[in-house]
Design a protein. Structure first.
Length: 325
């Protein structure tokens, strides 16, 4: 493992499988009456959020607390960032307080890379989503969810997603989730197809390690997992499709479309969902939709990443005395 986690593309197959297997171990902590390990006692982790978040921010905090780390939460809103303070000065202020890891979400693509490689701080840097670039822990929790559902919980240990067919649908252009998933799923041996209107695909898509289609209906019967993406209006400065109704008609997932998927296939969504736009309430609330499971799995994945980056050399649970003893 590298010292930082900036991009899913930086992970080898062995790195990724180690994180997935460690997350399986970590998930057992959630089944205990006291959901805590002493692993990161005495270590300090700061959650540095310059962009809004519900799932990622809360699940990193839950993961850090389950590992007994000291947690500092920083939100740009209400901080001296609003007075013009730079990323460098903010980071060095935190460094002066002695942090061991920085979890950063930023609207600018490349901000976590800059933080990790600038020499401003010594702490490990974990990218919690940067602009339209990367969201590596999201891709890891998605892979974890697919492995559990499509390979099997215990049978999955040590395994990747070789041959699994994953369809990612919607606003690929603005999606760090799509980029991270294509990188990681390719590393894990899955076959990815992106489905989107031509206006919501990035320039250079032909170089990505995946297929591209404009026809959702013909792709669904060949999918083991279908991942729906939110249309990111907050990142749009132009009209990318005629109307929301037209978009939903061609690229939304409703009950009739879901019926075209193989029986074993799952529906995924990284959240937040816009019900009625990319996914109907019927699909979002169906047993085939893993959106809530993905959130729960996110805590295990983030525990595994923190444990491995902050020096976990021993098996995560077997050699670790638990708090409940
Ligand atoms: N999936 C995800 O990143 O959600 P949040 O923006 O709520 O963190």
């Amino acid at each position: 493992m590298q010292r930082h986690l900036i991009s899913a593309a930086d992970l080898t197959r062995d790195d990724a499988v180690l994180i997935l297997d460690t997350a399986e171990e970590m998930s057992r902590v959630a089944d205990r009456p006291i959901k805590k390990l002493p692993t990161l006692r005495g270590r300090t982790v700061v959650n540095l959020f310059f962009e809004d978040s519900t799932r990622t921010r809360i699940s990193f905090e839950a993961a850090e607390k389950r590992l007994s780390a000291d947690v500092i939460n920083f939100s740009a809103k209400g901080s001296s960032v609003s007075k013009g303070e730079s990323l460098k000065d903010t980071a060095q202020t935190l460094e002066a307080m002695g942090v061991d890891a920085v979890v950063i979400r930023h609207g600018a693509s490349g901000a976590p890379y800059r933080l990790a490689n600038s020499g401003w701080i010594d702490a490990a840097v974990i990218n919690a989503g940067d602009g339209t670039h990367q969201h590596p822990t999201q891709a890891l929790l998605d892979a974890f969810t697919m492995r559990r559902r499509l390979v099997g919980r215990d049978a999955g240990l040590g395994h990747d997603l070789a041959g699994k067919r994953v369809t990612i649908v919607g606003d690929v252009l603005h999606s760090r989730v799509a980029r991270s998933n294509v990188d990681l799923l390719h590393t894990l041996g899955a076959e990815v197809t992106l489905v989107a209107p031509p206006t919501l695909l990035p320039v250079g898509i032909g170089t990505w390690p995946c297929e591209v289609s404009y026809d959702l209906d013909s792709t669904l019967p060949k999918s083991d997992a279908v991942m729906m993406l939110r249309v990111q209006r907050e990142r749009m400065n132009a009209a990318f499709f005629p109307t929301e109704r037209e978009y939903s008609r061609r690229y939304g997932l409703d009950g009739d479309r879901m019926a075209k998927m193989p029986e074993h296939a799952i529906v995924m969504h990284p959240g937040p969902m816009v019900r009625g736009m990319e996914i109907t309430a019927q699909v979002a609330d169906s047993e085939r939709c893993t959106a809530i499971e993905q959130v729960a799995n996110g805590v295990s994945i983030r525990m595994a990443v923190l444990y491995l980056l902050l020096g976990g050399n021993e098996p995560a649970l077997t050699n670790t005395r638990t708090e409940e003893k």
